[in-house]
Design a protein around this ligand. Structure first.
Ligand code: NI
Length: 226
């Protein structure tokens, strides 16, 4: 499932993010590339452990933790602290797959990447190229979102970011280990939850069918969560 969640941050908030990012300390993206990625990556990344990166990353995690659609779609067990990248002057990231296992920066605990996320901080009209192109089971999907919008996609997908030939593309990116490892199961839980939310709006939380479906949702989650 490839899911777009719009307006995680509004225009004013995006503007603040951009200001902080523009004042940040940017490094060659190759510093953090794995052995496969290093040959195809020509972007820049904000210094990981800098105060700017940590503060902005925490803002993102806080917002997502309160976002019902994100919570329901990701069923996050662990989230890698968000990183920030910048593409300009032809910068791109050729086709690659994200590493399956990553060490969390502080604890060294391992995270299995189930879902990859990109949160856009530049508006599409402000740059040319910079398309996140994802190979899915239904073919290639091209993603270029409004500033403040987020895309979630399975980490097992081959993907690339095409060259930015005009302007600048700023984004945050991170990975999620989900409580539900199987994409098909997680996707069904998401659909079921969305329907339950809609039904409870029209029928009320205490409607007997809403209650029964809620029980099914939680019992499936109990069965599939690991
Ligand atoms: Ni990637």
């Amino acid at each position: 499932m490839l899911l777009v969640i719009e307006q995680i941050f509004d225009a004013d908030e995006v503007q603040l993010f951009r200001q902080h990012l523009n004042n940040g300390n940017w490094q060659d993206g190759k510093l953090s590339a794995g052995s496969q990625a290093i040959q195809v990556k020509t972007n820049q990344q904000l210094e990981d452990q800098s105060e700017t990166s940590l503060t902005l990353g925490n803002e993102i995690l806080k917002r997502l933790g309160q976002h019902p659609q994100f919570v329901s779609a990701a069923l996050a067990d662990k989230i890698y602290p968000p990183k920030f990248n910048r593409y300009q002057n032809g910068g791109h990231y050729g086709t690659h797959v994200d590493s399956a296992i990553m060490a969390l920066p502080n604890s060294g605990d391992l995270l299995r990447t189930d879902l990859s996320a990109t949160l856009f901080f530049s508006n599409p009209e402000d740059y040319d190229g910079g398309v996140l192109s994802i190979d899915t089971e239904f073919g290639v999907q091209e993603v270029k979102l409004n500033a403040g919008d987020l895309v979630l996609y399975p980490s097992n997908s081959l993907h690339q970011v095409t060259a930015v030939t005009r302007g600048q593309r700023l984004a945050a990116f991170f990975w999620i280990q989900s409580m539900v490892r199987e994409h098909g199961q997680r996707s069904m839980l998401y659909d079921l939850d969305q329907s339950i939310q809609n039904l409870s709006t029209s029928l009320g939380n205490d409607d007997s069918e809403v209650l029964r479906l809620s029980a099914v949702y939680h019992n499936l989650l109990r069965t599939w969560a690991c």
